[in-house]
Design a protein around this ligand. Structure first.
Ligand code: FES
Length: 307
């Protein structure tokens, strides 16, 4: 094994330098920071208790919009705060700056509510990064609140300094949010790209009589894992990897929602209509890829991706 020739103190110095020069290294360390777990567990339990499954929680996840609501909402405080700091730098009016700071602080409420709802249904490594992201943004909101109070008391210089510090902290928090979404895939669809993986045209799956009635089973089509559900002569097929975080839908259970057979994911409870993959309940927001099926005269099931 190759040994480092550097003195331990110099190695530590190099490590700190690497952390500062490559924030991704710091974010990866946070992913593995088990010391955060007690806080993650207790906060996650509280959020799950406060947000039982239902229309309100679905709205916080962004189910009605077809994508998570949190990324859109965080633009409001960040946009307002950036504008406020720019006005401070270029001698904008105090009134306009104070309005921007106040609107920014106010809009952290819906941003935090949607973020907490999404965060409570993530894997533990994602939750650790999400916790640090939330701490940074809470700190930033507190600094901007302080800035507002200082400006109201006539201490404009202090208000400006607090705003600049708040924006710096919010930017650090935004970096961790980006790591969570773009590197760890929180909020993106984890369902497979079925149209790219399955090829064109109809594909033979299996015989109709090989499928049990009203039971979820998994079948393979090339690289694709499929969830197959037969009701008499009707066969529904969805991609088996849940669009939320890739959970195995064939291990879920069948429920009836709005008169339609639906599958509930065993990991975080996302619920999809088995006939076409429509999201009925979050945390998933992306439709589950589905397939058109037909039964041939010889009793074979054929399928192709639903356009
Ligand atoms: S993986 Fe989270 S609900 Fe399916």
């Amino acid at each position: 094994m190759r040994q480092s020739l550097l003195h331990p103190s110099r190695r530590a110095g190099k490590g700190r330098k690497a952390l500062l020069s490559r924030p991704a290294v710091l974010a990866e360390r946070i992913e593995r920071a088990h010391s955060l777990d007690p806080v993650v567990h207790s906060l996650s339990d509280s959020v799950v208790r406060a947000l039982p499954a239902g229309p309100r929680t679905d709205a916080l996840h962004g189910v009605p919009f077809g994508q998570p609501a949190h990324p859109a909402l965080v633009r409001l405080p960040l946009g307002c705060w950036s504008s406020a700091v720019l006005l401070d730098l270029f001698h904008g009016t105090e009134r306009a700056t104070a309005v921007l700071v106040a609107v920014g602080v106010g809009t952290t409420v819906p941003a935090a509510a949607t973020g907490l709802a999404d965060w409570s249904a993530l894997h533990q490594d994602q939750q650790r990064v999400g916790l640090v992201h939330a701490i940074c943004q809470t700190g930033a909101a507190t600094l901007f609140l302080g800035s507002l109070a200082a400006r109201a008391g006539g201490r404009t210089g202090t208000g400006r300094a607090l705003s600049a510090s708040g924006l710096a902290l919010a930017s650090i928090g935004a970096y961790f949010g980006g790591h969570l979404a773009l590197r760890l895939g929180a909020g993106t669809s984890h369902a497979e790209q079925v149209s790219h993986l399955s090829g064109l045209g109809w594909h033979d799956l299996c015989g109709l009589d090989e499928l049990p009635d009203r039971r979820l089973v998994r079948r393979q089509l090339g690289y694709l894992s499929l969830l197959v559900y037969r009701q008499g002569g009707e066969v529904s097929v969805l991609s088996d990897r849940c669009s939320h975080l890739g959970g195995p839908l064939h291990q879920g259970r069948i429920v009836v929602e709005r008169g339609a057979a639906c599958v509930t994911c065993p990991w975080h409870g996302s619920t999809f209509v088995v006939a076409d993959g429509t999201v009925v309940h979050g945390p998933a927001t992306a439709r589950q890829p589905s397939f058109e099926t037909r039964v041939t005269a010889g009793g074979r099931i054929e399928l192709r991706p639903r356009p």
